[in-house]
Design a protein around this ligand. Structure first.
Ligand SMILES: Cc1cc2nc3c(=O)[nH]c(=O)nc-3n(C[C@H](O)[C@H](O)[C@H](O)COP(=O)(O)OP(=O)(O)OC[C@H]3O[C@@H](n4cnc5c(N)ncnc54)[C@H](O)[C@@H]3O)c2cc1C
Length: 411
């Protein structure tokens, strides 16, 4: 990204189109999802909007150009995500999040793998879903541990020309697919004879071999369909191995770089909405006093600090997504700052905004707690900040020759 903070005419147009889509298709959806108690039904409510977004070319717009898609820059992605996530982050996570499963395909897929696995997401029709099956019920932060007792427990055993995959997976969006027979493709992090590996299971391999054990009922992001499943004797051709056996740790870490950066933008979206609510409250409510409460210095100070932190988080998120998606050599560091700083800032800022509004905010009908419920997810999803993301920063900091000025270009 050249150092200019003005949106181009094309980005202004993208913002407009994204906002129109969100207002037309996501605003009411978000309300309906909040009112629906059943997690499966909540996910299903989003399907018509999902189809409309696919037909309008938004899904293809998330696939990089060299693989047949129409994705723009990282800042373009941030603009789209912020506009949509302001209304329904769960919708964005459900549609865009599972595309993490394709990142290792882009990185090491053979031309034939790329053609077959990416095709459903380029078709501008239907409601195609992927799943990045990394997390496991017993924990995933140590998925790279050398023995199955500690790390990745899902196994892929060789049987002639096939792998037979067995194990349990958790949390990933769309693990069961729309109907329990699996998503269009599932990139499975598993332990093959040569070590932790990535194998792509297609729907024809998954159907009849997924036991859905549990659907999570999330406090925020309620429209996300996250499940705990068992993969039972899933037979996949050996030709569906991505890269080489044992390459799965590196490929998995790479897969979550861009999505980690995007959490910075999800965080901004939650803060932006919460600020809007608190600012309107502060400028209109007297709470029995003589003046709107923003006239009290203490209230204005909290709002001032919140606004500055939102703007800072937005800039880091733009930088993070731009660096992560453009192949910047410091993309990982920027993505980690966007993820950690954005997510933890969001929780702190929204908590402060709740304090400004006071007790009225502590009511599920008042439109503020919902943003805290969303924001609380961001430090723990896409690799928790403690278990995964800060450890990655530590690895960068302790690498030989690390230069603290390099990522900013000021070395
Ligand atoms: C809406 C939603 C969507 C999701 N989508 C996906 C998806 O598409 N694919 C997917 O695979 N997962 C997905 N997840 C799961 C998510 O990415 C988690 O971040 C991931 O499972 C890792 O969780 P964790 O870091 O808490 O790991 P855990 O292994 O459960 O660790 C738990 C905690 O233990 C501590 N800990 C463990 N090991 C260490 C260590 N070595 N050093 C320091 N502390 C440690 C940390 O405090 C950590 O937070 C999703 C979750 C949600 C809610």
């Amino acid at each position: 990204m050249a150092v200019s903070f003005s949106l181009s005419p094309e980005q202004e147009q993208l913002k407009k189109v994204a906002r129109q889509f969100a207002e037309a298709h996501l605003r009411d959806l978000a309300e309906a999802v909040r009112a629906e108690p059943d997690p499966a039904r909540r996910a299903e409510l989003a399907r018509p909007a999902f189809r409309t977004a696919v037909e309008a070319g938004f899904l293809k717009g998330l696939i990089p150009v060299p693989f047949g898609g129409a994705a723009g820059s990282g800042v373009d992605a941030a603009i789209l995500i912020e506009e949509w996530a302001s209304h329904s982050p769960d919708f964005v996570i459900s549609m865009a999040g599972p595309l993490i499963a394709l990142v290792p395909v882009y990185q090491v897929g053979t031309p034939e793998q790329i053609r077959r696995f990416v095709a459903p997401f380029l078709a501008d029709t239907g409601t195609p879903v992927a799943a990045m099956a990394y997390s496991e019920p017993g924990g995933s932060a140590n998925f790279d541990a050398p023995t199955p007792a500690e790390g990745t427990r899902t196994t892929a055993e060789q049987d002639g020309d096939h792998y037979v995959i067995n194990g349990r997976k958790a949390w990933a969006s769309h693990l069961p697919g729309w109907d329990g027979d699996g998503p269009d493709i599932m990139t499975v992090v598993c332990r093959a004879p040569g070590g932790v590996s990535l194998i792509v299971a297609e729907r024809e391999h998954l159907a009849g071999h997924i036991d859905v054990e549990h659907l999570y009922d999330l406090p925020g992001l309620r429209g996300c369909l996250t499940a705990r499943i068992r993969l039972r004797d899933v037979r996949v051709p050996r030709a569906n191995l991505l890269g080489a056996e044992g390459q799965g740790v590196e490929l998995t870490r790479n897969a979550f770089v861009g999505s980690g950066a995007s959490i910075g933008t999800f965080s901004v979206a939650a803060m932006r909405q919460a600020f809007d609510v608190a600012y309107r409250f502060a400028t209109t409510e007297h709470r029995g006093g003589a003046v709107p409460i923003i006239e009290h210095q203490a209230v204005s100070d909290v709002l001032a600090d919140a606004k500055a932190r939102i703007e800072a988080a937005r800039l880091v998120a733009w930088r993070g997504l731009d660096a992560a998606l453009s192949g910047d050599p410091h993309g990982l560091e920027w993505a980690l700052h966007a993820k950690i700083f954005g997510s933890e800032t969001a929780v702190a800022v929204i908590n402060d905004l709740i304090r400004v509004v006071g007790v009225s905010a502590y009511d599920t009908d008042f439109p503020l707690m919902r943003y805290l419920d969303e924001a609380l997810a961001y430090p723990v999803i896409e690799g928790s900040n403690i278990g995964v993301r800060r450890r990655q920063v530590q690895t960068l900091f302790t690498a030989a020759g690390y230069d603290p000025l390099a990522a900013s270009g000021m070395a």
